[in-house]
Design a protein around this ligand. Sequence first.
Ligand code: FES
Length: 102
Amino acid sequence: MSLLTILPSGKTVDAAEGMTLLAAILAADETLTHKCDGKASCGTCHVFVQEGRKGLSRIAREENERLDAMVGVGSKSRLACQAKVLGTEPIKVELLGFGSGF
Ligand code: FES
């Protein structure tokens, strides 16, 4: 279980191991567009992981390819539908106020 803090609201939620960031964010009643429903093909679930990146699953090829094709991507970028909580490290994610996906 990790403590997930969601910015900009500052809301916190417990995220179970194996849960995607997208599922945890939606469970916290936050809004995050996810047009392809977690297939790593739309990019609309793009978030910045501000803290706790080591507490998340590594970026796999599909996610990497999608991020490469998007604008506004940086070293903190993840697709929330692909990043899974691994352990107990606190995680802080920032929801982006613009749709950077496809
Ligand atoms: S929901 Fe489409 S890439 Fe995550």
